[in-house]
Design a protein around this ligand. Structure first.
Ligand code: C2E
Ligand code: CA
Ligand code: CA
Ligand code: CA
Length: 279
């Protein structure tokens, strides 16, 4: 039994114990995962709704654990954040994603761009701007081909500081996107002050747009807001044709989701690109 209150105490059930053990183990293994080359990136296509073409991809990290198999980021990104390991891991993600995008551009898909998720720790890291600049320089990727996905909560911890960093990033020429838009607590007033380029509608709204009037209204409002602020708007988590129709009807620019493709290994992404070229 669990009891909360003044004398907060908990009895540990075997299940909780197992959870704690798994956490410890993952934390230990996480320290060596980078050196052991156990991380890889999957890429999820972003599709432009006007042209129906793949215009870019989001890089999503995967961990191929020697015993546990494929570990999803939900199980280790938070831990990496707490331990600070997200800094070297995030730097690896940035470089790998930029290098991959450049390779595909040189193979003929010259307009392709790549999105990379930034964690709070990375965002607040002193040399963030120079490490982004270095990754671009070393891989030869143009800044305009890189998009950084940031969450509202990340920017709201210290608004003035965040605006300063965002401005510096914009000076490099990279694109900035607010991920999971609508789930955080940022006020619309700030939106005007953040030098951002893209709003990404969270998949929790997209999921129920065809069944829940509130989610439908929120989604339509975000699209309209983005248009008025001259921001690009993209919807994530698009799984059905009905959702697609709704988003298209309201003028959403791009979509991402299982309907078109889940995140896939680079080899599979190349096949998607090739098929498209033939189409
Ligand atoms: P996110 O940035 O919001 O990424 C979108 C998540 O939605 C991904 O989960 C993706 O696989 C999933 N998804 C894509 N299409 C659909 C769909 O149609 N339906 C549903 N239900 N889900 C869909 P994933 O890859 O497990 O990543 C989870 C989270 O882990 C990401 O959420 C992001 O916050 C974090 N993450 C992933 N890679 C990185 C990384 O390289 N760096 C950092 N800092 N965080 C990362
Ligand atoms: Ca994202
Ligand atoms: Ca998201
Ligand atoms: Ca999310």
């Amino acid at each position: 039994a669990k009891q909360t209150g003044r004398n907060n105490f908990q009895f540990y059930t075997p299940a909780m114990n197992e959870q704690a053990l798994e956490r410890l183990r993952i934390e230990g293994d996480l320290r060596n995962a980078l050196d052991n080359n156990e991380f890889l990136l999957h890429y999820q296509p972003k599709v432009d709704l006007q042209s129906g073409r793949v215009v870019g991809m989001e890089a999503l990290i995967r961990w191929q654990h020697p015993q546990l198999g494929m570990v999803s980021p939900a199980r280790f990104v938070g831990l990496a954040e707490e331990t600070g390991l997200i800094l070297p891991i995030g730097a690896w993600v940035l470089r790998t994603a930029c290098a991959q995008c450049r390779v595909w551009q040189l193979a003929g898909y010259s307009d392709l761009s790549v999105s990379v998720n930034l964690s709070v720790r990375q965002f607040l890291q002193k040399d963030l701007v120079s490490s982004v600049a270095d990754a671009l320089q070393d891989t030869g990727l143009a800044a305009t081909s890189l998009e950084l996905e940031l969450t509202e909560s990340l920017m709201m911890t210290d608004v003035e500081h965040a605006i300063g960093i965002l401005r510096e990033l914009k000076t490099l020429g990279v694109n900035l996107s607010i991920d999971d838009f609508g789930t955080g607590y940022s006020s619309l007033a700030y939106l005007k002050r953040f030098p951002i380029d893209v709003l990404k509608i969270d998949k929790s709204f997209v999921r129920d747009i065809t069944s829940d009037a509130d989610d439908a209204a929120i989604t339509a409002s975000i699209i309209s807001l983005a248009r008025h602020l001259k921001l690009k708007v993209i919807a994530e988590g698009v799984e059905t044709d009905e959702q697609l129709d709704y988003l298209r009807h309201y003028g959403c620019d791009e979509i991402q989701g299982y309907l078109f493709s889940p995140p896939v290994p680079p080899e599979r992404f190349e096949e998607i690109l090739r098929q498209e070229r033939l189409a």
